[in-house]
Ligand binder design. Structure first.
Ligand SMILES: [Zn+2]
Length: 170
């Protein structure tokens, strides 16, 4: 049976830097990430939708949108031990970084300190978990996430076909 999907795109301006890596991405920098989210549901609603595009847009805003004008750091980033002092535990060092940024900005920094290195591959897995949780409320399947880091590079997250749950025939 053919699989019907819908896809919506959005963009975020997101900064990051990588740890455990030698190359340009160890520097503080950002990307204009372009996101494509594809979902499916075999049984269409009374209107004939998988889900209204505007609901998918809102779901993406509530999840991926949190990454817009945000900065992603690995919790193991050496910056925390550099800015903090050696007696601080990781949490205290993170709090110090947040306080410095808040003092500089006058508001809470949009800083995500993550338990993983913020590579495209890790970011899409993290985003997939958040999207799946939201899409479950509408009984929709997440089929694919495509995240363009640059014009020539993208990462994909694909739901294994056997994990898609289709019911009914319409
Ligand atoms: Zn980068």
């Amino acid at each position: 049976m053919p699989v019907r999907t819908i896809t919506k795109t959005m963009s975020t301006e997101t900064g990051h830097r990588l740890t455990n890596y030698s190359g340009a991405c160890t520097h503080f920098h950002g990307h204009s990430y372009k996101w494509e989210v594809t979902i499916s549901k075999n049984v269409l609603n009374g209107t004939g939708f998988i889900i209204d595009y505007k609901i998918l847009k809102q779901i993406m805003k509530d999840t991926i949108g949190n990454l817009d004008h945000a900065f992603l750091l690995h919790s193991k980033d050496p910056i925390f031990s550099t800015i903090g002092n050696e007696n601080m535990n990781g949490y205290e060092a993170e709090r110090t970084v947040r306080e410095i940024l808040k003092a500089a900005n006058g508001e809470e920094a949009n800083l995500h300190i993550l338990p993983f290195n913020p590579t495209s591959e890790n970011i899409i897995s993290w985003v997939a978990d958040a999207l799946i949780e939201e899409l479950n409320k509408y009984e929709c399947n997440l089929v694919k996430i495509k995240m363009w880091e640059t014009d020539s590079s993208f990462a994909e997250w694909n739901q294994p076909q056997q994990d898609l749950h289709y019911e009914g025939t319409i």
